[in-house]
Design a protein around this ligand. Structure first.
Ligand code: MG
Length: 341
């Protein structure tokens, strides 16, 4: 009851400032108290650097109930999150009232960096790629996950997600990635943690053809070529559903020229988590069919939870709101959307 009362107070305060129309306020009031809306903290990464506590409190004040963390690091076998010890970070979230329900972790072998690739990454920010896995280097990868699993178990975070794929050029590379994912999922499962993979757009490339060549039916099949397959499909089919789930970033799937809904129907139940993202503020571009995504996500994809995410500011758009304001408007969109539970 208190939650509803404070929510209503906030909604009418926003209406008073003219940020919401009366009709919009009524819609938010009607929908939001029953919804638990989560956010990936990467969405306000710049503000977090400037004011960690204040920015997390701002998320709570907007109405978010839970967060998916970013920024876990391991140094000298010690884990930290954005410069805080894992214990301190958890305590800070508890004090604010945000539940950490998931965490993104960037595994080692990050040797390739691209700067400002125009795909949503802000100017001057780096995007990371991970080296191809080999029989030799996967030992390092699994050691990293072992430590990370222990840290997240200690922190009480029940879900861990790898957000970036290693470079995959051949079918053998792809097979090894699946093996390592299954092994990582097993490590997490032993600690009662669910382990999953989050996509960008490069997962939707075809593998199994000669590098640099597009597949065509006329292509001569030699010992160097294979029937091609989309890497994302290969991953889903060759990982154990009991060990590896998929957190689909629906925006990046669309950028990879794939419809999320097709995947929910093709692989029912494999998508318990989603990243709900648009090219800009959620629902503002017409780029994403969120109604279909949520409807089929719930009925077929296995959708349990979603995280709002913005890779804002996006150089592809001209909007220049501070990240937290773009996040607030995105929250309002989700709170009002009748197809979101
Ligand atoms: Mg994402």
């Amino acid at each position: 009851m208190n939650q509803r009362r404070s929510f209503l107070k906030k909604a009418s305060a926003l209406a008073a400032t003219g940020m919401l129309s009366t009709a919009q306020t009524r819609e938010v009031e009607a929908a939001a108290p029953s919804k638990k809306i989560g956010i990936q903290t990467y969405s306000i990464r710049r503000q977090l650097k400037q004011d960690m506590v204040g920015s997390l409190k701002a998320l709570k004040n907007i109405g978010f109930s839970h967060v998916e963390l970013h920024g876990y690091e391991q140094q000298d076998k010690k884990g930290s999150i954005l410069g805080y010890t894992i214990k301190d970070y958890r305590k800070m979230l508890d004090d604010i009232g945000l539940e950490p329900t998931s965490a993104h972790l960037e595994p080692p072998l990050q040797s390739i960096y691209k700067f400002g690739d125009g795909g949503g990454t802000g100017k001057g920010e780096r995007s990371i790629q991970i080296e191809s896995y080999t029989k030799e280097n996967t030992k390092t990868v699994l050691e990293y996950w072992k430590r990370a699993v222990a840290d997240h178990q200690e922190m009480g975070v029940p879900v861990m997600v790898q957000p970036i794929m290693p470079v995959v050029n051949t079918l053998d590379d792809a097979k090894l990635v699946c093996e390592v994912f299954n092994q990582t999922g097993e490590l997490a499962k032993q600690a009662n943690i669910r382990w999953g993979y989050h996509n960008h757009s490069q997962e939707f490339k075809r593998i199994g053809v000669k590098r640099g060549e597009d597949w065509s039916p006329e292509m001569e099949v030699t010992k160097d070529t294979y029937p091609s397959e989309i890497f994302y499909d290969f991953l889903i089919k060759n990982t154990d559903p009991g060990l590896v789930f998929f957190e689909m970033d629906v925006y990046w799937a669309v950028m990879g020229q794939c419809d999320p809904v097709t995947y929910f129907r093709r692989y029912p139940g494999r998508f318990p988590l989603l990243h709900i993202k648009d090219r800009d503020i959620l629902g503002s571009t017409g780029f994403m069919n969120f109604e279909n995504i949520f409807t089929v996500g719930y009925s077929t994809g296995g959708l349990e939870r979603y995280y709002v995410e913005l890779e804002y500011p996006n150089p592809a758009t001209s909007t220049s709101l501070p990240q937290i304001e773009a996040v607030r408007k995105s929250y309002e969109y989700v709170a009002r959307a009748p197809f979101v539970k």
